[in-house]
Ligand binder design. Structure first.
Ligand SMILES: Cc1ncc(COP(=O)(O)O)c(C=O)c1O
Length: 477
């Protein structure tokens, strides 16, 4: 019988698989010396955009060739040691192989009588142990930090509801609920507040101190003011590593406020949560063991290939009571509840495998060393910036983000400096020598270098500053 084109023979599968692995291994071998990024040519963009879907099957070999020529040469750049943008780490190579295994295994990580379920349970147990959460903790791997924050806050909404949230939604709440985050809180908290029906109007942005950490006195005042106005404060979302500067809010003091005011404490640790593994940074996390829910992102500082986020909720039963629905077609007699009862998705990818395999391959001490090295590189970058006359250090939290500006002595016109740094960044990024992104602090445009990269060395820090200074000189002349 003729095999349908979708079904490869095992020989073909092996041959194509080897071809793909060879391609990726060659790319890995060249990653240090390749430009960080290449500009995507218009003709390649148009070719991808206008790819025709034909009635006839295409040859797998030709498709691999197209990926080789049109896709692989134009990545974000996060594999490179000189990529300092956003919070995008390179994937651990072993994690990439694990992803292939997970795809081939294709188990929906939901049913509780298959191996994939117990792999995810083990990962959740490791995560809760890392953050000193109790055995009652429930959790789930998610697509990323945004969804982890959303799920944590959905559990909070369920818990804090005075009506019947699941049946009647917000309409039965006797008072409007208010959430607090800092002015440096991530945009996904706003999305969660909007999606969950609180509305952006009821998400307070608390001012920050000189180090961009939530001002706890201002938090107390805001809670008091809202209560006086008949609103109902329900939760604080603190940051364990803000995306702009890597600031860690004073978690212990905020936990005190939450205890005094009967508020839920959620922590967004999507970028910085795993900084707790660095002995030097660990003291900043004091109080994290007191929080009600936590979002962390293995696809950032654990170097898991995208996508892998994680939510932990101290009271695991609560997570189930916020999300559990078991229609008749999903009834089972396993003592273990299906994972669909703890979150949004029914069918779920086997994200846990890459985290489970990579964590063990690297080991806890390996991660302590890697994360400590990233933080040490950030400190070294800050020292280099301070030692040079052509840069000014603007902000640096305790983790691995550095905000700075190209600023020659005597240059004081802030608007002109904003424009100069904007132009510099564009030129440097186009050069392929290094890649960085930007943000705004106190209304000013700043260059922002984030180091979540096991390949970055001290020489790459010099390469970044040299490339930035060169671009600065070019755009100034
Ligand atoms: C502090 C913080 N929170 C949340 C997120 C969102 O996480 P994700 O992009 O995985 O959805 C990010 C992403 O960079 C982040 O840095």
């Amino acid at each position: 019988m003729e095999r349908p084109p979708i079904d490869l023979s095992s020989d073909e599968f092996r041959r194509l698989g080897h071809q793909i692995i060879d391609l990726l291994a060659d790319q890995l071998a060249g990653v240090r010396d390749a430009p960080v990024r290449r500009v995507l040519p218009d003709e390649v963009r148009d070719r991808l955009l206008n790819t025709r879907l034909n009635d006839a099957p295409a040859s797998p070999g030709a498709l691999i060739e197209q990926v080789k020529n049109d896709i692989l040469p134009y990545p974000l750049g996060n594999q490179s040691p000189r990529f300092f943008g956003w919070v995008n780490s390179p994937p651990a190579p072993f994690g990439v192989l694990a992803e292939l295994l997970a795809a081939a295994h294709d188990a929906p990580a939901v049913n509780s009588d298959i191996a994939a379920y117990f792999v995810e349970m083990a990962v959740i147990r490791w995560m809760r142990t890392l953050f000193r959460f109790p055995a009652t903790t429930g959790g789930l791997l998610t697509s990323g930090g945004s969804v982890a924050n959303l799920i944590g806050l959905a559990a909070m909404r369920h818990m804090m509801s005075q009506g019947n949230m699941r049946r009647l939604g917000m309409t039965a709440e006797p008072a409007r609920m208010v959430i607090y985050t800092s002015m440096q809180g991530h945009s996904c908290i706003q999305k969660a507040a909007e999606l969950l029906g609180f509305g952006d109007e009821h998400l307070r942005r608390i001012p920050v101190d000189s180090q961009y950490r939530m001002d706890v006195a201002a938090l107390r005042q805001a809670v008091e003011r809202d209560r006086a106005n008949g609103l109902r404060p329900v939760a604080v979302v603190a940051s364990a590593g803000t995306v702009n500067s890597g600031a860690i809010d004073p978690l212990d003091a905020i936990a005190d406020v939450c205890a005094d005011e009967a508020l839920w404490l959620h922590v967004d640790g999507a970028y910085g949560g795993f900084g707790i593994l660095s002995p030097e940074a660990a003291p900043h996390y004091k109080g994290i063991e007191r929080v009600d829910s936590l979002a962390i992102d293995p696809h950032k500082w654990l170097y898991a290939p995208i996508e892998a986020g994680c939510v932990l909720v101290r009271d695991g039963d609560l997570l189930r009571s916020a999300f559990g629905v078991a229609p008749s077609y999903l009834q089972h007699d396993s003592p273990y509840p299906w994972l669909s009862e703890f979150g949004i998705q029914q069918t779920r990818g086997f994200k846990a495998l890459k985290v489970w395999m990579t964590l063990q391959q690297v080991g806890l001490q390996g991660y302590r060393d890697l994360i400590s090295a990233d933080i040490a590189h950030a400190k070294a970058l800050q020292a280099k910036i301070q030692a040079r006359p052509d840069f000014a250090l603007i902000a640096a939290g305790p983790l691995s983000i550095t905000c700075f500006r190209y600023q020659l002595p005597g240059m004081t016109d802030e608007a002109a400096l904003d424009a100069l740094n904007k132009a510099l960044l564009k030129r440097m990024n186009a050069s392929g020598k290094a890649f960085m992104t930007s943000t705004e602090l106190k209304g000013r445009f700043v260059l922002r270098a984030c180091i979540v990269n096991f390949r970055t060395t001290d020489a790459d820090l010099d390469a970044l500053l040299d490339a930035a200074a060169e671009a600065g000189k070019e755009v100034k002349s």
